[in-house]
Design a protein around this ligand. Sequence first.
Ligand code: FEO
Ligand code: CA
Ligand code: CA
Ligand code: CA
Length: 624
Amino acid sequence: MKHIDTSELSWDDWDETKRPAPETTDFDQVVEAAVSRRGFLSGLLAFGSGAAAMGMLSGTSSQAAMASRFGFNAIPAFTDGTVHVPDGYSWQVLSRWGDALFNDAQPHDPATGGTAANAERIFGENTDGMELFSVGNRQIIAVNHEYVNPKLNLPQNEGGKPTSAEDVLKLQNLQGVTIMEVDQTTNGWKIVKDSPYNNRITHNTPMKISGPAAGHDLLKTSADPAGTTVLGTLNNCGSGRTPWGTYLTCEENFNGYFGSTDENLELPAGFDRYGIDHSSRYAYDKYDARFDLSKNPNEPNRFGYIVEIDPADIDGTPVKRTALGRFKHENAAVVLASDGRPVVYLGDDERGEFLYKFVGENAYQVGGDTSKLLDEGQLYVAKFNEDGVGEWLALTTDTTGMTDAMIAIHTRQAASYVGATTMDRPEWVAVNPIKVEAYCALTNNKNRAVKTNAGGDETPVSGPNPRAENNYGQIVRWYPDADDHASDTFKWDLYVMAGNPTVHNDAYAGSDNINEGNLFNSPDGMVFDKNGMLWIQTDGKDSNEGDFAGMGNNQMLVGDPITGEIKRFMTGPKGSEVTGVAFSSDRRTIFAGIQHPGGTFPDGVGSPRSTIVAITKNDGAIIG
Ligand code: FEO
Ligand code: CA
Ligand code: CA
Ligand code: CA
């Protein structure tokens, strides 16, 4: 760690520096394993494979017979520094990192990076998951700020390294969550400054801890001897929403914020699995003792959860729902089972980690008490079998030998114990509103068939993870048995395998619904619209060369689950990831997040800024 500049690494690459790949990998051997599986693949690819020469095609004749459900003409790939949308659509900026939420706040000052106090009154950095809520006739967006670029926020400091408590506090205040009212004015979409709903939730906002882990010894600290309250939420990645109108923010790479000022500190058992060690990305541990493991070894056990926030209750206290497990949470896709119980699908985004499901014990009733619906219930982890069927394995004391509290805290270890399927980095889950099925973006996994996950579980080429050294990613889909999301068994197939048929003629060409016109890699954000069309956002390589030739910048595509057809709707600026998507109340605007753009996006001058763009159709029609 001391020999490389880690400040520019992505979060998963930063984790990877701690467990470098073995050098003995036999690439030919693992590719052979993937390709020889073509018989298997043809059965489980919903829309065949791009490698027609391999006899992997399955029928897509229904495609031609159906009228297109796409409301736009696909756009080509772009490699430039701006946003592109289809003919007949327009985009504009809704909010940028540093925009004031209140009239007395100062917009971001690139020369100084601003003050810590001001940082919690502006739109934070690195926009990610978001949801729009209608509260009366107001529209409120809740949106995550996943992480910060210290060099841009601490421009006077060498390498952007914090050198004071004030520096750390500034970074803490630029992350977390923004709640903001937005309005479509005659001059387009704007933040409603000083709206009574505007709020920032940061790394220091007081929260309650609920569920099985609340009050456990491993959650107790000197500042919170009861283990039931915590300050802040970390690395807020994807999002979710409940049928009762609350926002779910998901703590992903929380491990990176903790470090130890004592280099020789012996770390507690179980920290390895979560990548918690002596090194910290932002030197929080040096200036805020809460993040120093040598002083507060239990503090990391209080992060890695789903946090529920009521965007309509400015005075409310966010709640960490430990029943939904502790891992690197991507998003939280909530749907009601046939009997009204909440079901929450949850991905753990790390190479070789798992896909989870929570099923509540009590049904949601409109107007009823919702305060415990995400506290009482059963957590499951997915096991995918080769033959297109799978099961949800319950994580209980009987199946794991662990108490409910320990399962909630050391969830990864519990899931390994029951033999869950190691996945290619589960990112967002999306649930189809018009059919009982769900989708998970498996973004990529260069370690597939190369090395184990952090817990030592093997990652063979198998099931919904059919390619070794998978740099393209795929989307797995499952159909709960009995058409009930509470069912503990399901059927599955692959909705799409991303790939490049212009470069490869094997499994790396991708599935049959991939063609020269819709090339992409690394699916990540996903949401369904009301018509049952799947909006797919990407966070992948944008080199546009070699294996990635023709893919251009990261983008947003739309998939039809019925025909398999996928069309490119939007491209982001070079260097960016497209993440976070929400519709306005009237569904005539779609909001998309542009995270970590390069160049000078969106202003054309100065530093690039993460931005939410608002996309409308020029004729004002409904988009999704
Ligand atoms: Fe923050 Fe897995 O994306
Ligand atoms: Ca993501
Ligand atoms: Ca990603
Ligand atoms: Ca990201």
